[in-house]
Design a binder for this molecule. Structure first.
Ligand SMILES: [Zn+2]
Length: 79
């Protein structure tokens, strides 16, 4: 099973992939509307918002948690 290189989400179904394209290494949540992968900053801000909403952290704490999560993922290793 493939995992999204940008957020770590397991991609089981075709619709989990960006544009429904199983050749892609990232999921639909990490894709822009045109199907290309989001940049580090775009993903960081969406992940930060997600953590604020789901875990109730303030923006600074959520941003640090998001950075720590992203540091482990292959897409952002060079950042
Ligand atoms: Zn993803």
């Amino acid at each position: 099973m493939k995992q999204c290189i940008a957020c770590g989400m397991p991609m089981k179904n075709q619709e989990d992939f960006a544009n429904g394209d199983v050749e892609k290494d990232y999921c639909r949540y990490c894709a822009r509307p045109d199907g290309t992968m989001q940049s580090y900053d775009e993903k960081l801000s969406s992940l930060t918002n997600f953590i604020v909403k789901t875990q109730g952290l303030d923006e600074t704490a959520a941003g640090n948690a998001a950075k720590a999560m992203m540091a482990k993922l292959p897409a952002w290793k060079s950042e």
